[in-house]
Design a protein around this ligand. Structure first.
Ligand SMILES: NC(=O)c1ccc[n+]([C@@H]2O[C@H](COP(=O)([O-])OP(=O)(O)OC[C@H]3O[C@@H](n4cnc5c(N)ncnc54)[C@H](O)[C@@H]3O)[C@@H](O)[C@H]2O)c1
Length: 252
């Protein structure tokens, strides 16, 4: 029960890492605001959280819309009375529309920024006052190894949004540390989730696994475990940090 009596909100909790973290957090005693565009997926996650022993409240909405995010915070606090953990997990990887700067339209650049960067801005803007009212808390941002190095197959808007989150992480960490509000960022490597599924087949999985020192792709639980540590009081003296969870890829 590492999150006993804690309340979390997780964006993009319908599938992938957000779902896995929701269920794990619930199993560890948390009440979870399940926020997602896809309400059917969010409802399924909520059922799994309840089966795991946690409490769940579903909020349907779009992280790129400020009113939706504000409502999500308000509803989570109303449902559970307080808020301790903001997990800005939602993100999109649109390899068909977000490419090198030379091949990306302004509209597609802006859409990716709106979800991947403005979403965490809205979540922290409206969530930090609620953490403060609860006596402190933990903010978890999600970057990517693609923000740490260049790749020849570019998704430049995605990469820039994830890179900007590193700066946001450090700024929030320093601003709010005196109020016991921590902020850390996880950089996942190649994780086998619905986000990557359109770009993977068995041959590609094998080829990518061969490039990773641990010789396998990551799974959603690998990241949820890192998020659990950052959400819990076990990391209570850790803020402004970047946690790379990638099977050793960036160490090469
Ligand atoms: N999978 C990877 O290899 C990988 C690697 C590095 C970083 N990441 C990052 O990890 C995070 C989680 O990725 P994942 O692989 O679990 O993704 P996923 O696509 O499997 O799940 C994302 C969830 O977010 C929801 N979502 C998408 N847009 C939304 C919006 N505008 N508002 C609300 N919800 C929205 C989707 O409905 C979905 O339930 C993302 O920020 C992603 O960029 C993923």
């Amino acid at each position: 029960m590492r999150l006993k009596e804690k309340v979390a909100i997780i964006t993009g909790a319908g599938v992938g890492m957000g779902r896995e973290a929701s269920v794990l957090f619930g199993k560890e005693g948390a009440s979870v605001g399940i926020f997602d565009l896809n309400v059917d997926a969010a409802n399924e996650t909520a059922e799994l959280v309840k089966i795991a022993g946690g409490k769940a409240h579903v909020i349907q909405g779009d992280v790129s819309k400020e009113a939706d995010v504000q409502r999500a915070i308000d509803e989570t606090v109303k449902a559970f009375g307080k808020l301790h953990i903001l997990y800005a997990n939602a993100g999109v990887l649109w390899k068909d529309r977000d490419k090198s700067v030379t091949d990306t339209t302004e509209e597609n650049w802006d859409k990716v920024q709106a979800i991947n960067l403005k979403g965490p801005f809205f979540l922290t803007k409206h969530g930090i006052p609620a953490l403060r009212n609860s006596g402190g808390g933990s903010i978890i941002l999600v970057g990517s190894i693609s923000a740490l190095a260049g790749f020849t197959l570019a998704q430049d808007s995605y990469t820039c949004a994830k890179g900007a989150l590193i700066s946001l992480c450090k700024s929030l960490a320093i601003q709010f540390a005196p109020e016991q509000i921590r902020c850390n960022i996880i950089h996942p490597g190649f994780i086998d989730t619905p986000l990557q599924a359109p770009y993977l087949n068995d041959a590609k999985r094998t080829a990518i696994a061969g490039e990773i020192p641990m010789r396998r792709l990551g799974n959603a639980r690998d990241i949820a475990n890192a998020a659990l540590f950052l959400a819990s009081d076990e990391s209570s003296w850790m803020t402004g940090a970047e946690m790379v969870v990638d099977g050793g890829f960036m160490a090469m």
